[in-house]
Design a protein around this ligand. Sequence first.
Ligand code: ZN
Length: 74
Amino acid sequence: MTNPAVEICPACGVKIIAGQKVIFSAGSPGDRAILWARVCQFAKKPGCINQDAAAIAGAQVRAMPSLKSTLFSK
Ligand SMILES: [Zn+2]
């Protein structure tokens, strides 16, 4: 029986399962890059668990290549 770790971002309120899959309160599931693009880059609140550029970059390479310039241009 598997029991994937579920993290809940205290700033954004979304669930991250096994460090990868993101469950939004509305809409279809995504990954950390999509979460960052949709929520975390705007939230910028203390305690947000999705501000790790390396983890986001690892996800965005698969999901949203166009995010790369957004992530690293600042
Ligand atoms: Zn967050």
